[in-house]
Write a protein that binds this ligand. Structure first.
Ligand code: ZN
Length: 203
């Protein structure tokens, strides 16, 4: 199982980190050990002093596929939730400034928190989902999937050119503006369409 993540998929977030808005999706991968198990706290890693939350809509792959066309992409995922792409921002900036890969800043153990998955029923429009993140009961991020630069089906098409998608793989679809640091003893709650699906405590 792997986790495919999309960077800079909301233009307001790209701007807040002084990044250009991309003309193709930016992909990176987190390995299986990056998954934060449900109800487990996130232990603040010792290698960073600037751990950030990035709240994202996450979809689960339900069918194996490679070279999936956009028009058939919907057959390849059937569940959705919110997650947090935890990022060691200080390490990421250091790696970026040297043109080096991001893995140590983004793909470390427990860096991918996911909420409770809900089935994508015919009533759910994947490109019109409200989601938000609260940090200690204050709203810090608010997004809607209609603002994605590359929609879910496009992401499936693009990423399956390079990587076979397997059942159970997860796709983190990018974060809206409002990312920021967390501290030990913080609590993060993730919501989709007003329903709480995710809770993470930092320890
Ligand atoms: Zn992210």
């Amino acid at each position: 199982m792997k986790i495919i993540c999309i960077g800079r998929n909301y233009s307001e977030h790209a701007k807040e980190l002084n990044n250009e808005v991309p003309d193709e999706p930016i992909l990176f991968i987190k390995p299986k050990n990056a998954l934060l198990l449900p109800d487990k706290p996130l232990y603040y890693p010792e290698f960073t002093d600037d751990l950030h939350y990035e709240c994202e809509v996450v979809i689960r792959i339900s069918k194996n596929g490679k070279y999936i066309q956009e028009k058939f992409a919907k057959k390849y995922y059937n569940e959705v939730t919110v997650g947090i792409d935890f990022t060691a921002r200080d390490l990421q900036q250091k790696q970026k400034s040297k043109g080096l890969p991001w893995e140590i800043a983004k793909a470390f153990d427990s860096s991918a928190a996911v909420g409770r998955f809900i089935p994508i029923t015919p009533g759910i429009n994947i490109q019109e989902l409200d989601f938000e993140l609260k940090l200690n009961d204050q709203i810090v991020q608010k997004g809607n999937t209609k603002d994605m630069l590359f929609n879910v089906d496009k992401i499936i098409e693009y990423s399956s050119r390079f990587f076979t998608l397997n059942i159970g793989d997860l796709i983190f679809t990018g974060t809206p503006a409002g990312v920021g640091p967390v501290s030990v003893y913080d609590r993060l709650d993730g919501f989709m369409q007003g329903e709480k699906l995710l809770e993470v405590e930092v320890r």
